[in-house]
Design a protein around this ligand. Sequence first.
Ligand code: 13P
Length: 250
Amino acid sequence: MRRNIVAGNWKMNCDIPQTYELLDALKEQDITDEVSVIVAPPFTNLQSANQALLDTEILVAAQNMHQESTGAYTGEVSATMLKSVGVEVVILGHSERRAIFGETNALLTAKVNAALENEMTIIFCFGEELSDRKAGSHFDVVRQQLEEGIFHIEKENWNNVILAYEPVWAIGTGETATPDQAQEMHHFIRNTLAEVFDTDVSQDVSILYGGSVKPGNAKEIFGKQDVDGGLIGGAALNAADFTAIINAFE
Ligand code: 13P
């Protein structure tokens, strides 16, 4: 059975004092236990965040990692390093990593493999640009990102994968995909998984929607049959808003 999941991608926001402040505020909220909650602060705050959340069910994720375990890769952080500070979840393939840092599907394949070899859970992100949607090629683009980035993994590894559909045109823009557009794409993804793998994989994987999810629109988006939660950017930086999004599942 797939889980409902709400994950907060903090991006490059919050230093250590702000991290404690946000997590303390989050811990004071009344959060439904029907949802798995994940927060992804910057690298420098992962260990502190993990310790601050030890007495909760909230998991801490990294926003990226390198595919090698050690070596001459200045500025990079590996899966083993993340695990050594208690981080077991990693976001891979975010559109900002793809667009700003040039991450390709081939590179993401290597990162996916490294994460799985280290028994980490992956939140694998993908989604089309506005030009793709206008050209009507959004299904093809998404299928290609999945095929080239993650469809090489073995069936049993899907237990460690969460998918996050994030249409690039909806990220940080205040413009969300309509609930029907989200459902249409999530349904397409599930059908594709059934075709390439089988119905166990397609029915058990959680598929999150990301892109301008707010307290005011979460319930309608999460109410769609194939939407199992959200990957939240801006609204995850406010404890009350993030909680309202999580509790949209109640
Ligand atoms: P916003 O919720 O700010 O649009 O960001 C979405 C996102 O990129 C989460 O990874």
